[in-house]
Design a protein. Structure first.
Length: 94
């Protein structure tokens, strides 16, 4: 599929995947346990809600960012950092 004709949501998903070492549509399909045809369809129609949720689990990316570009882009690390900060704080408390 020509890159210029891909749906914006797939472009965003491919961008975040490539930042994490998953390069190209076929690699993305494997990473999300989807068929190449599903990813091709996302390029035409947009990433499905189920696909955006799979991407969240695999790449810690916001499903809303994948689907329509709504910030924040990443979501997973925020929860991890918050939990680490709470643990450190709890240990410092006398």
């Amino acid at each position: 599929m020509n890159e210029r004709t891909r749906h914006d949501s797939l472009e965003r998903l491919l961008q975040v995947a490539s930042e994490q070492g998953v390069i190209g549509p076929s690699a993305l399909a494997r990473a999300l346990n989807e068929s190449d045809q599903v990813v091709t369809n996302w390029g035409k129609r947009g990433v499905s809600k189920a696909g955006a949720l799979s991407a969240q689990r695999r790449f810690s990316v916001s499903p809303a960012w994948v689907l329509d570009g709504t910030e924040p882009k990443m979501v997973g690390n925020v929860a991890i950092i918050s939990m680490e900060a709470m643990t450190v704080h709890a240990r410092e408390d006398p």
